[in-house]
Design a protein around this ligand. Structure first.
Ligand SMILES: NC(=O)c1ccc[n+]([C@@H]2O[C@H](COP(=O)([O-])OP(=O)(O)OC[C@H]3O[C@@H](n4cnc5c(N)ncnc54)[C@H](OP(=O)(O)O)[C@@H]3O)[C@@H](O)[C@H]2O)c1
Length: 264
């Protein structure tokens, strides 16, 4: 896929944040984009933003951690467009808390959003993607490279996603489907970005230092390029690349950093 012009591409979790920026950029580049989120009011507002900019999209509210809702979403896409060329598995929840204080239900909510929230959309899309030699891009994080204190659910979900991506690449190597994995670093968040607290409740995420945050639009273009040029794995930003290098080749230094510079 050297161009996304006319391609039908689903971006999960695109009513807000990185997913929304990616969906906008896809629509600007001529893709027939499908936006998704759980909250139908927020999704509708995002659709209105598309409309007001003269961009079209199909909006489908669905919880990607439910296989039935994923199936119904793909059925609607096929009935509207007759095909699916790309899937960007982006939806996911954020949580920061000590493991021992965390309600197991909250842990499961976050873990499921990253793992099953990516596996289920793939499961119901495979046959359609295979017909057109389509593409899947999984959105991961630096948390998918090395376990961090206070992020056990988030890191576990993202690391399990790495294993799923690896398995798919080998298992489906003759299918013509591309599988990419993108590790994103710190991104400028929407003001209404939320966190899951240790009881599983949704709360507003406090602002974080802006120094090393990248614009969502820049990340969106990189995600789309991964799909277009069928790249396998990528770590975004100089800081991210340095972190990945240290995680792989300088483990004592990484351990020192995590032991001394992360509050527990
Ligand atoms: N922001 C960062 O700095 C950063 C860094 C590294 C990696 N990432 C990764 O990038 C991805 C997007 O992050 P973000 O910061 O843009 O997130 P965000 O602003 O919190 O937006 C999350 C989006 O996902 C949707 N969503 C959440 N759970 C869902 C579910 N079960 N089913 C369907 N939609 C769901 C939300 O809509 P509803 O609320 O309506 O469900 C929303 O549209 C995530 O996978 C995250 O881990 C982000």
């Amino acid at each position: 896929m050297k161009s996304v012009q006319g391609k039908v591409i689903l971006v999960t979790g695109s009513s807000r944040g990185i997913g929304k920026a990616t969906a906008f950029e896809l629509a600007k580049q001529g893709a027939r984009v499908v936006i998704n989120g759980k909250n139908s009011d927020r999704l509708q507002k995002t659709k209105e933003e598309f409309d007001s900019q003269g961009l079209s999209c199909l909006a489908i509210a669905a919880d990607v951690t439910s296989i039935d809702e994923c199936q119904s979403m793909i059925d609607q896409i096929i009935s509207n467009y007759g095909q699916l060329d790309g899937l960007i598995a982006n939806a996911g929840l954020t949580m920061e808390s000590n493991f021992e204080d965390t309600d197991p239900k909250a842990f499961k909510l976050v873990f499921d959003s990253h793992l099953y929230g990516s596996i289920y959309p793939v499961k119901v899309s495979l046959s359609h993607l295979e017909k057109v030699g389509g593409s899947v891009v999984f959105i991961s994080s630096l948390a998918g490279l090395y376990g961090m204190p206070r992020f056990s659910a988030y890191c576990s979900g993202k690391m399990a996603l790495t294993a799923f991506w690896q398995s798919m690449r080998f298992e489906k190597r003759r299918s013509g489907i591309h599988f990419g994995l993108m590790h994103i670093c710190f991104v400028k968040n929407d003001a209404e970005k939320t966190l899951i607290d240790l009881n599983g409740k949704t709360t507003l995420m406090p602002p974080r230092p802006t120094r090393i945050q990248q614009p969502q639009e820049k990340i969106a273009r990189k995600i789309i390029n991964m799909m277009k040029y069928r790249r396998n794995r990528q770590v975004i930003s100089a800081y991210g690349k340095l972190y990945a290098f240290i995680a792989r080749y300088c483990r004592p230094l990484m351990n020192f950093f995590l032991n001394n510079y992360f509050k527990t």
